[in-house]
Write a protein that binds this ligand. Sequence first.
Ligand SMILES: [Fe+2]
Ligand SMILES: [Fe+2]
Length: 161
Amino acid sequence: MDKKVVELLNAQVNKEFFSAYLYLGISKFFTKQDLPGFASWYKVQAEEEQEHAMKIYDYLLDQDEDVSLDQIGAVNIDCKDALDAAKAADKHEHYITEEIVKIMDAAVEAKDYRTQLFLNWFITEQAEEERNSKDMIVKIEMLGNDKKNLYLLDKELGARK
Ligand SMILES: [Fe+2]
Ligand SMILES: [Fe+2]
C-alpha cells in the first residue's frame, strides 16, 4: 500500500479512539448534570467510535500493514451546558469528516481503489454523524437549553441502544 495512505489510516485509528474518548467525556458531563438519557446516548456514541477505529485497524492488518497504537490524547472538556456539549460534538464530527476526506484524497492520488471503496463507508457514516450532531443542537435549541426543559428529550435519548 502507498506509504502516505497507510500513515493517514494509522492516524485515523487514533482519531477514532480519541472520538470515543471525547464522547465519553461528554457522557460524563451529562451524568454529572443528572441527565442520564443524554449520558447514555453519548456513551453509545463512544462505543460506535471504537467500532470505527477497529474497522480501520482490521483493514490495515488485512492488507498486511502494521497498525501503530499511539497514545490517545487527553480529554479536558469544559462544557457549560447541554447546548455547549452538543456543539463541541458537532464541531468534532466536522473535523473528522475533513480528516476522512484527506485520506480519500491520498487514496485517489495513489490510485488505491480498494482503500477508496473501504473509505466510502466512512464518507456515508460522516454524513449521518453530522446530521445527528446537528439534530441534537436543533432539538436542544427548540426545547430551551434548560435542564427542566431537557427532561423529555433526556427520556427519548435514553432509549438509544
Ligand atoms: Fe467515527
Ligand atoms: Fe463520529
